[in-house]
Structures are given as C-alpha cells and as structure tokens.
Design a protein around this ligand. Structure first.
Ligand SMILES: Nc1nc2c(ncn2[C@@H]2O[C@H](COP(=O)(O)OP(=O)(O)OP(=O)(O)O)[C@@H](O)[C@H]2O)c(=O)[nH]1
Length: 908
C-alpha cells in the first residue's frame, strides 16, 4: 500500500500542510515537505493525536460558548470551513490576517470578565494586564474557527505557544500530551512559567477561562496551581517567551486556558527565556528524549526564521539611525558647508537661521556659535575645530642641541647722531677689509657685509641709524649682536646719540663706543666720555665696563682696534649658532629688480640656507633660485650671520620679515597667501569710507591722497560751475577728483558708485530718492546737500583743511505727497496732502521736490487737519498745507519736512 504523504494526511485531517508538518516535527517524525511520505505508524500516531484531541476538548468548549466568550464561541461553534480555520491558525503566524489589528479593539480580559467568580489574583492580574489583552483580543477575534477536535480547546494554547501556524497543528498534540503534562505541571514544584502555563492552563482558577478550560481539558486542571502566585509569576515569564515557547514549549505545553497573544509572541521577554526553555526541555525529555532534542533543534531553526520574518514585518523600513557624532566646525563656516555637514539642504539651514533672526545667504559665513545653535536645532552636536596654525608651526624655532652649536660672526649695527660719521666709518671698515685682500674686490651694497679680522668674520648691517634698527625690532626681528655708538669727538653726545643709547639698551644689545673724528684737532674724547656717563655709559678708562675706541673714519685710525673689540665682545657673549639645520633669517633689504624680479638681502641668523630651499619670507614665498654674497659672488650656501641676496621669491618682502625654510612649497604658499590676505584685509580696514567730517583726519594720516566726489545737480550749468570750483580746491596733499556728475536726483547707482570708489556725494538743489537714502545709510556714504554754490565750495575747502565745523546737522522728519491743489484768493495755493513717511510738523523746514529736484526750500505757512491747525501730522494721515511765500505747488510734488539739529563735532 502506498505511503501516505503529508499533504494527503493534512487534507484528510482538514488542516494545513504547514500545521501538520510542524506537528509531525514536534512529534519527532521527520518530514521535509508536504510531499514527504509518512510511515503508517506515523500516520496512525497523527490520526490518534487528532482523534484524541477532538473529543474531550470539543465537549469542554461548548460551555464557554454559551457564555458568549468569543473564543469559546468560536471553539464551541466549531469551525467548519477551512477558511475559518485558517483564519484561526494564521494569526498564530505572528501576523495573521487582521490579528494584530483587531487586538486593540478587544478588552484585555473580557473573557475573564465574563467570569464573575474568578477570584482576583494580583499576580495574574498583573500578567493579564501585560499580556492578556493582546492575547485575548487576538483570540476573541480570530477564535471563531477551531472546528475540529482539539481546535477549540487548544487553539488558544497554540497561539499562546507562539502564535504560529505550526501550533495550530500542534494543538491536537497539545491535547494529547496534555494529560501527561498536566500531571507534571500540576506538581507543586515551581516549574517554569511555561510549565505553569500549561498546567495552569488547565487549572488556573483566577481566570475564569481556566476553570472552563480545566473542565474542557477534562478536569485535569488543578485549581490550586492557578492560585499559586509563583505560578502566575512564572506564567508571565513564560508568556514573555513567546518565541521559545512557541516552539519548544508552546505546542507541547501550551496552556489551553490562557492562550498567549501574538503580541506577546512578537515581543518576547528575553529575560525569562532560559527558564522556559529549560522547563520545556525537561518536559520534553521526560516525555521523549529523542523527540525533545529534535524538537529543540527545530525550534531553534524555526525561531530564527520567525525572527527574521518578524523583523521584516515589524520593521519594514527601519528609520535611519541618526548620526549622533558631533560635527567639527571651525571659527566660521559657510551656510553651504554647514548644510553639508548636517546632511541637510542649504534651504533648511537658512530657514533655521531665519528663525534665529539671522539672514544669511548660502555662501555667507556664520560664526561657530551660530553654527552650533543651528546644529543643535537639528539635534547634532557641534565641536569647535581648532585649526592647526600652520604659520605658528613653521615659525616655531626648534631647540638647538648645544653640541651642534658653533661660534658665529657677530652682527654689528652702527648708530649715532647725524653727521657723526656712521656711513664714513662703515665705508672705512669695508674698504680696509677690501684692501686687506678680500677676494672678489667689488663691494656690493646689499644691506649688510662681512669683514674678516684676524681670521674671524664680523657682519655689519649697512643701514646705519637707530631708526632702522628699531623699526626692525618692532617687526620682531633682532639681528644686532653689538651696537657701535658713533660719537664725533668734536661734537660730543647729541640728542640722537642719546636716542641710540636708549634704543640699544632697550634691545639689550651691548654697546661699543667709537669716538670718531679723532683726526680733528678739536677732538675731545674725554668730553665725550664724560657726557656718556650722564647716560649710564661709563667707559673702561673711567672704571666702567663700556668699551670706547677712538677712531677716525677719515684716516682709518683705530679701526683695527675697533674690530678687535667687536670680536672680544662677541667672544664674551658666546655668540653661537647651529649651521646644521634649516635656515632662519631676517630680511635686511628688499627690492624689485627689473631683470631679476624680487630680490631680498637676508641675514641668515641660524642654520644654513641652500640654493633650492623652499622658503617663506613674510607674505612672499618661493625657492631659493640663486644666492649672491656681499662681494657679488654666487654662493650655494650661507651659514649663520651671513648676509646674502636671494632670488626666487614670489613677491618683494619687507625689511624685518623673517625667512624660514619649510619642507614643501605647498605649505609655503599656503602660509604666504594667508599673510597676503591678512595684509589686504588690514589695508581695506584702514581705508574707511570718506566723509567730509573726517576728511582732514584721513588726509593727515596720509590715508587719502585724493578726494573722489560724485556731484548731482538740478541743471548742467550748476554742475559745470561746481566742477570747476571744486577742482580748483586741489592741493599738493589732496587732489579733488570729480568721478561722476549728472543732472537729477541722487539715485541708487550714484550711491553704489560712491561706495565702490569711496567717494562723497554732493547734491546741489537735488535730493536723494528713498532708495538712495536707504542704501547710503547702509553703506555709510556721506551725502551733502546744498542750495548755494558758495556753501559747497566752502565746506569742501574747510573739510580739506580740517576747518570744517558742521555744528548743525539736518534731520529729515518725513515726506508728504501733494495729492490735490486748491486755490483760494486770499490764502493762495492750498495743498491737500498725505503723509507718506515720518511726519511733518508746523515748525519744520520744508523742501518742495518735483521729480527729484528741489523747487523750493522754506517754511510752512499753515498745517491743518480738516479745518483745525495742528502741530504735526503723522504718517498715514491727510493734511492741508500752505507754504510761506510760495504758491507753485503741483499735484505729485513731494514736500520734505526737515529740522536742523546741533551736532557736537568730534575733534579730528
Ligand atoms: N675729519 C673727519 N671727518 C669725518 C670723519 N668721519 C666722517 N667725517 C665727515 O663727517 C661728515 C658726515 O659723515 P657721514 O659719514 O655722512 O656721517 P653720518 O653719521 O653717516 O651722517 P648721516 O648719514 O647724515 O647720519 C662727512 O662730511 C664726513 O666726511 C672723520 O673721521 N674725520
């Protein structure tokens, strides 16, 4: 006889293949699919299982039906149609048709409410609250089916077990196994929740159902168990373990009375899982060791699948986990960049900015604080990114290893009073050196030179005077090791001598006094020495520590001695440097050579500068293309204290700029460009908008060499007259430059031009229109309005000479539009007006403007509201106006009301 296949048997039993397969698996019968053939014995087992289940449960279930419990009803009625049954089972698959949806509509314990006798049990209630609602609801809604045998009574259990279809099949088995289990579960021992459940299912008094079920189950239920609080607790836990229970315990241990809701299954309580599994396993094992093991395996597998499916169903589109990492923002950031960092659109960011009252365009930079606020609005934290100061990095002076330090030539600067012979002395030393046989012969004035004395080198800075010395110091460059103070023996200490002394002292530079012009008969070195003491310079002869050397630049007398002394002081001061490192130096002189480009004389102060080195010098950078020494020779390297001319810079640096060698050109360029930008900004800042009020101040500060003017007038004749008069005002210091003139009102374009060229705007018998006025205010453009040519000339003249004293300033009160004209023989022309802006007062001065041209300036004769005289009329109101001694008012004219206020002038 042909073996029966699973699907055939399922058909026979009127259950789904899936359910039957699961049931078979639970029973330890290995089947792979609905096509798997079943042994006769297995078929018998199944039939027995289902057959067994049917009878008792069905009977039991009828009772609840009468009580109109939906579940019971469903069961009691028995499910005839497959559809119905399917409906019942499917919900078990976590997401049966409509199961979840219906759950909420169900009162959680409705089933139990129907049982008034049910004694209240806190623990169970608790559970009920937590889990039952879903369960019951689900059940109630879906539970109509359960037609066949076990169906009615067991279904709830199945669902409970895991709410999966397999359980549906299992249900019969549940019933089968029940008695045994019940016996076990009913044992007082605290079994796992599930165990309790199962048992409790039959014997849970607190839940009305339970009693019913117990009855249904065939009296196996044990009320005492149900009472056990522990049981309840366990129950709950068991309930919380849907997935596991579903498989391992669900089917087997399902509690017929308290079916678990799909929700419970869907949201298991992981904490109790192990207990349940344990309990189930033990039970299974007790029941049938093999079976249990297999079942566990299957359970795991199915659990995995279910979880997967569940995940898919429950989280079809998991919301993207927001990136909570803080974003890094510098001191400033553009709106666009911020939007990108926040992964938002610029529009969204701009909108948030607007909410904060910040109007910004996409390319506008906002500061860190604002950016952080915006980021916060989007729930993102912002961190201030401290930019690495590359400039500081390259400018940092590395510490030299003392072992690497070697003596270096002293760098000497010559200072002193005018005409005391500084230049003569420098030349004399240089020439002496040349005549001494220095190779090369042709001396180059590159800003510094080196001489050799007794085999030792001395570097002289070729820019005498303390002004240059201090200017360099002010730039942070101190190149001088020793200062030679030249004092003419025939003249003595003079004011600039004193200055030089103070500058050298301030720089903490040792001083050697060269008493020059000793060849002169009137030379009086003692007088010099004496005067020096008054400035805290006590020469050695007089018991001090200051070296004084009598010299003559003219006769070259004492020069060797002077050089000797220089070397001595250098030795005492232990001047050392490390030639084995990247060079660092200071620009002594720089210029733009027509043929060679930017040329700078650099005094290397430490390290060795090589041809090919990448350098940054102030705002210039480049690679050392060539180096020329003070003798005009090309050199490849320059060590400490060596002055060299260097070629290859991008721009002409300034004296006092520091030269550093950097590793790569990109970094050099970056730093140099940053400095250039900073410099430009400084220049821009310094060039403030000109106004007549502070014109003289700017002229004095040398910031202005010309005064750009934009002139607007009522007629061409006025422009010509004014242009001529204004241009005549040009002086040697400032040239008046009429950059634009025209007939008509001052408009927006005039203001923009003034803003771009930093010009002042003069209006003669014309007014700025509303737009122009607004822009002028925003752009801080100075507009001067006149009605007399002489006043224009006088004001500009005074402004240029610093004599302008505008003690009064005109303030515009408002504008009134003439809308209707009335003629009255006695009064004259009455203008029916409307105040369009500001206000007009009875005592305000007025200008009648027609097409931007001032037709009349004067006073009001009367200001009325209806028939009453009023002191003022505000914006939005009508009024009647007559102008003193003026009747040529036309409709459309604008009356400008103004007042003149005294202004306290700031001293320039
Ligand atoms: N007799 C004599 N005249 C000297 C000596 N040194 C300089 N002179 C003269 O003094 C005058 C000024 O000399 P400079 O070398 O130009 O003096 P300085 O200090 O460089 O002058 P400034 O550059 O104007 O500050 C010149 O006429 C020199 O010829 C000297 O040793 N003896």
């Amino acid at each position: 006889m042909a073996k029966k296949r699973v699907h055939e048997l399922a058909k026979e039993l009127n259950i789904e293949n899936k359910d039957l397969i699961n049931k078979l698996v639970e029973m330890g019968i290995n089947v792979k699919s609905h096509m798997s053939a079943l042994e006769d014995s297995d078929v018998q087992k199944i039939l027995k299982e289902y057959g067994k289940k049917k009878s008792p449960n069905m009977e039991n279930k009828t009772e609840p039906v009468t009580k109109q419990n939906p579940h019971e009803r469903g069961r009691g009625q028995g499910m005839e149609g497959k559809k119905e049954r399917d409906q019942f089972f499917r919900p078990d698959n976590t997401k049966g048709p409509g199961l979840v949806d219906r759950v909420p509509n169900r009162p959680p314990d409705r089933r139990y409410e129907d049982k008034p006798k049910a004694p209240p049990r806190p623990p169970k209630d608790a559970r009920g609250v937590k889990t039952a609602p879903g369960k019951d609801a689900a059940k109630t809604e879906i539970k109509e089916p359960a037609p066949h045998a076990a169906g009615a009574g067991n279904r709830p259990q199945r669902q409970q077990g895991g709410g999966r279809s397999p359980q549906g099949e299992r249900s019969p088995q549940v019933h089968q196994g029940r008695p045994d289990q019940r016996e076990r579960t009913n044992q007082p021992q605290g079994k796992s929740a599930l165990g309790e459940h199962n048992a409790g299912g039959q014997g849970r008094p607190p839940h009305g159902d339970r009693t019913n079920q117990a009855e249904r189950a065939g009296g196996t239920a044990r009320p005492p168990q149900g009472d056990r609080p522990a049981g309840a607790g366990r129950d709950r836990t068991g309930g919380g373990k849907p997935s596991q229970g579903g498989r391992s315990g669900g089917a087997r241990n399902v509690n017929p009375t308290i079916p678990k809701p799909p929700e419970q299954i869907a949201q298991p309580k992981p904490t109790k899982a192990p207990d349940k599994t344990k309990g189930d396993r033990r039970k299974n094992y007790e029941k049938d060791g093999k079976w249990a093991d297999q079942n566990i395996e299957n359970t795991k597998l199915n659990k995995h699948r279910q979880q997967k499916a569940k995940k898919k169903q429950e989280q079809p589109a998991p919301p993207p986990i927001p990136d909570k990492r803080p974003i890094q923002i510098g001191e400033t950031i553009t709106v666009q960049e911020l939007a990108e960092k926040l992964k938002k659109t610029a529009a969204e960011v701009i909108k948030k900015l607007m909410n904060l009252g910040v109007l910004a365009t996409i390319n506008q930079e906002i500061d860190f604080d604002t950016a952080a606020l915006i980021a916060g609005e989007f729930g993102v934290e912002a961190e201030l990114k401290v930019a690495v100061d590359k400039e500081a990095l390259i400018m940092a002076e590395p510490e030299d290893d003392p072992a690497q330090l070697v003596p270096r030539p002293p760098v000497v600067t010559i200072m002193g009073h005018v005409d005391h012979g500084k230049t003569s002395l420098l030349d004399a030393i240089r020439q002496t050196n040349v005549t001494a046989g220095e190779a090369g012969g042709i001396t180059q004035h590159i800003g510094a030179y080196q001489v050799e004395h007794n085999g030792k080198k001395i570097t002289f800075v070729d820019t005498p005077g303390h002004a240059a010395f201090t200017a360099m110091r002010a730039r942070g460059a101190q190149i001088t090791d020793i200062a030679i103070l030249v004092v003419a023996a025939d003249d003595g200490v003079m004011p600039q001598t004193v200055e030089a002394i103070n500058h050298a002292k301030a720089a903490n530079v040792p001083i050697i006094v060269a008493i020059n012009k000793m060849d002169k008969p009137e030379a009086n070195p003692d007088k010099v020495k004496q005067e020096l003491t008054q400035h805290e310079l006590v020469v050695e002869d007089w018991g001090g520590d200051v070296i004084a050397v009598p010299v003559s630049a003219k006769t070259r007398m004492g020069l060797d001695n002077l050089l000797e002394m220089i070397l001595l002081v250098a030795e005492v001061n232990e001047l050392k440097a490390n030639p084995n490192r990247r060079a660092r130096g200071t620009v002594v002189e720089a210029e733009l050579d027509k043929g060679r480009g930017p040329v700078a004389t650099v005094l290397v102060q430490n390290g060795t500068l090589n041809v090919g080195d990448t350098i940054v010098v102030g705002h210039a950078y480049g690679r050392v293309r060539a180096m020329i020494d003070d003798k005009g020779r090309r050199v490849k390297k320059a060590g400490p204290s060596t002055p060299v001319e260097i070629l290859g810079l991008s721009d002409v640096p300034e004296a006092g700029d520091i030269l550093v060698v950097v590793e790569d050109e990109k970094l050099a360029r970056e730093v140099a460009e940053k400095r250039q930008m900073r410099k430009r900004e400084e220049i821009l800042k310094a060039t403030a908008k000109i106004s007549l009020d502070d014109l003289f101040k700017h002229i004095q500060e040398g910031q202005i060499k010309e005064l750009p003017i934009i002139l607007k007038a009522d007629v061409q004749g006025s422009i010509e007259a004014l242009a001529q008069a204004l241009e005549k005002l040009s002086t040697d210091e400032v040239k008046v430059n009429l950059i634009h003139s025209g007939v008509g009102a001052i408009n927006e374009t005039d203001i923009m031009l003034a803003s771009a060229s930093n010009a002042i705007v003069i209006g003669f018998n014309v007014r700025p229109d509303a737009n122009a006025r607004k822009i002028a205010e925003a752009e801080k453009i100075d507009i001067h309005l006149y009605r007399v040519i002489y006043e224009v000339i006088d004001d500009v003249k005074k402004a240029m000479s610093g004599l302008l004293d505008p003690e009064y300033k005109e303030v515009i009160l408002g504008h009134v539009e003439v809308r209707k004209i009335f003629k009255a023989s006695k009064i004259g022309t009455i203008a029916g007006c409307y105040v369009t802006e500001g206000k007009i007062t009875r005592d305000s001065g007025i200008r009648l403007i027609r097409d931007g041209i001032v037709i009349h300036e004067g006073k009001l004769d009367s200001l009325k509201r209806f028939k009453d005289d009023v002191k003022e009329v505000a914006q939005g109101y009508e009024c009647g106006i007559t102008i003193e001694n003026f009747n040529d008012i036309q409709e459309g004219d604008i009356i400008e009301a103004f007042t003149v206020e005294a202004v306290k002038r700031e001293l320039a």
